[in-house]
Design a protein around this ligand. Structure first.
Ligand code: HAS
Ligand code: CU
Length: 544
């Protein structure tokens, strides 16, 4: 069973991993540049024009491509298993993959030709080649098409299982996909209505403020699109891997519904310093962002409780000694647990960002890359690595090449990230050191920044080593001759208490209605206002 779609999952993972390899390789170079060691010159001969082109490649491939390919591939694997039913439209899933690959190639060519050095936020009035934007649109549309196949499978399952509650993993994955499809309407509007016609010269100017607002309509929920698949693993798979049980399934479902409802109407917390956005609306988004803190805290509580159940079942006692009884020799668990610990700090930093007045101190400083390397770079990426430590052996039908190497990888990622993010947070907060800047040649760069920049560079190099360990292990796994002796199954945790799932936690309608309502309240008036005062006046700029 699932043979055809498993192959597809393998392809998604392959493209995602290759992208991360290329994008990730540029990371240590950035950190070295900041301490005055410019290795970009060496790459000039192979066509890399600048630090900024490198930064665009780094962020587009890591944050947009690796994540999206991994997530759609992971869902292609977990949804059928959770429903115990093959995906109903396997050809549509393949179409999704093909569209995403065409989009990736289309976006990659202008980036590599230095025609799209606009970083991953592609803020107008920076103007890239239209093919860059069209490529991104195709990647998103491809992911939507994948989502249609998932919904069709879920609908068909529900018809066959009238009166039964949707299994948690399938429900959570579908909620994530629906959230993503609503969220991406923002960037779709930005690109299709404004930016693409403008980059083709069909309309003369664009409205940067309006475009940014549409961008962040998508940009914030994007981070939960990355995070929620990791949450699926933490909630529903990790408890099984540690010999525990899921603390409370109703609570877990509530969390996913809350993320559906609240991920989108908070985007203005990325625009606190934008002058064209009325203060009152910033306060609304600030308050909703703090509301969103609740499902994350429920997650922290539930996931730790589930692990505690496992630690105690393995003979652990005392207030904390059960932690020692967790399977620290298993790289899949260790990677994900270290990801959680880093996320606790990333999350606290997120709340700092969301606090309107504190944001004024850290916006556009190195603090922000410090924050998102703990979140997307750790909570998400290190969890995805942890998942691949069982998923790739399963797909390849071969044992993991080296558990030891996997453990070294997880710990070096953890140590590298602690050093790097600490350095970045400190200089961002204390000295307002700007992000996205070639500090190595900035005339205003101060020697007082050096200790933390060096700390961050050491962290970056350790992360580079960790990345090499990961890829060596993955290649070793796939390339070896050994076959699996015992089959690997997707870990699915049982419930701790045999709780009944209330009907309202398995019902799309009320949650969908709340989602639409919150978006209308938080974005309706402001978008109406911006559209009524639209100023399509800005020409495109290509400063690179
Ligand atoms: Fe963020 C900027 C606010 C979460 C990613 N964020 C960014 C950017 C990225 C990003 C990429 O309000 C930069 C965008 C750009 O280029 O400009 N963020 C938040 C808030 C949260 C948050 C309030 N961010 C994320 C996640 C991301 C992500 C998740 C990616 C996956 N972020 C902001 C704001 C900005 C921002 C502003 C704009 C800054 C500016 O001015 O530019 C919250 O969702 C965080 C809640 C999370 C927690 C942590 C819960 C802990 C858990 C683990 C517990 C388990 C443990 C294990 C500890 C409160 C669930 C224990 C172990 C044992 C062994 C027992
Ligand atoms: Cu955000």
């Amino acid at each position: 069973m699932y043979k055809k779609t498993d192959k597809l999952t393998g392809w998604y993972l392959f493209v995602g991993m290759v992208s991360l390899f290329i994008g990730g390789s540029l990371g240590p170079l950035q950190k070295l540049e900041h301490v005055g060691i410019n290795l970009y010159r060496a790459l000039n001969s192979i066509g890399l024009a600048s630090y900024y082109q490198g930064l665009t490649i780094h962020a587009v491939l890591n944050a947009l491509v690796w994540t999206t390919f991994f997530i759609v591939g992971f869902f292609t694997f977990i949804i059928p298993r959770s429903l115990e039913k093959e995906l109903v439209w396997p050809k549509v899933q393949w179409l999704s993959f093909i569209l995403m690959v065409i989009g990736l190639v289309m976006a990659a060519i202008p980036i590599l030709m230095n025609l799209a050095t606009v970083l991953f936020t592609f803020y107008p009035p920076l103007m890239a080649s239209p093919f860059f934007y069209i490529g991104l649109v195709l990647v998103v549309v491809g992911s939507w098409v994948g989502g249609y196949g998932f919904y069709a499978t879920l609908v068909s399952w529900r018809k066959e299982h009238k009166g039964e509650k949707t299994p948690f993993i399938a429900l959570a994955a579908n909620i994530t996909m629906v959230m993503w499809q609503i969220a991406t309407l923002g960037v779709a509007t930005e690109l299709l209505v404004f930016v693409i016609p403008w980059s083709f010269g069909l309309i003369e100017g664009t409205d940067p403020q309006l475009n940014r607002t549409f961008f962040w309509f998508t940009g914030h929920p994007l981070v939960y699109f990355w995070l929620l698949p990791a949450y699926i693993s933490w909630y529903a798979m990790i408890p099984k891997q540690v010999g525990g049980k899921m603390f409370s399934e109703p609570l877990a479902r509530l969390v996913f519904w809350l993320f559906l409802a609240m991920s989108i109407p908070v985007g203005l917390h990325h625009q606190f310093v934008d002058p064209g956005v009325p203060e009152g609306w910033k306060v609304v988004h600030f308050a909703l962002t703090f509301g969103l803190f609740i499902p994350s805290m429920i997650t922290a509580f539930s996931v730790i409780a589930s692990m505690e159940i496992g630690g105690r079942a393995n003979g652990g006692t005392g207030l904390f000694s059960w932690i020692r009884k967790l399977p620290w020799g298993d790289p899949s668990f260790t990677a994900q647990n270290l990801a959680m610990i880093l996320f606790a700090f990333g999350g606290i930093g997120g709340l700092t960002n969301a606090s309107y007045n504190l944001n004024l101190a850290i916006h556009n400083t190195m603090w922000v890359p410090g924050h998102f390397h703990l979140t997307v770079g750790s909570a998400v990426t290190l969890t995805f690595f942890g998942i691949t430590y069982w998923l790739v052996p399963k797909l390849a039908n071969k044992p993991l090449f080296s558990r030891k190497m996997g453990l070294w990888q997880a710990w070096t990622w953890f140590i590298g990230m602690v050093l790097m993010s600490n350095g970045l947070h400190v200089i961002g907060l204390n000295f307002s050191v700007p992000r996205r800047t070639m500090l190595g040649v900035a005339p205003y760069a101060s020697s007082t920044w050096q200790p933390q920049l060096i700390e961050a560079a050491i962290g970056g190099i350790i992360l580079g080593i960790s990345g090499l360990l990961y890829y060596a292990n993955m290649i070793g796994t796939v390339a070896q001759k050994k076959q699996l002796e015992e089959p690997i199954e997707m870990p699915v945790a049982e419930q701790y208490h045999e709780e009944k799932i209330p009907a309202w936690l398995d019902n799309w309608k009320p949650w969908f209605a709340i989602t639409v309502l919150l978006i209308l309240v938080a974005y309706g008036p402001i978008l109406f206002d911006m559209l009524s005062n639209i100023q399509l006046t800005s020409p495109g700029f290509k400063p690179w």
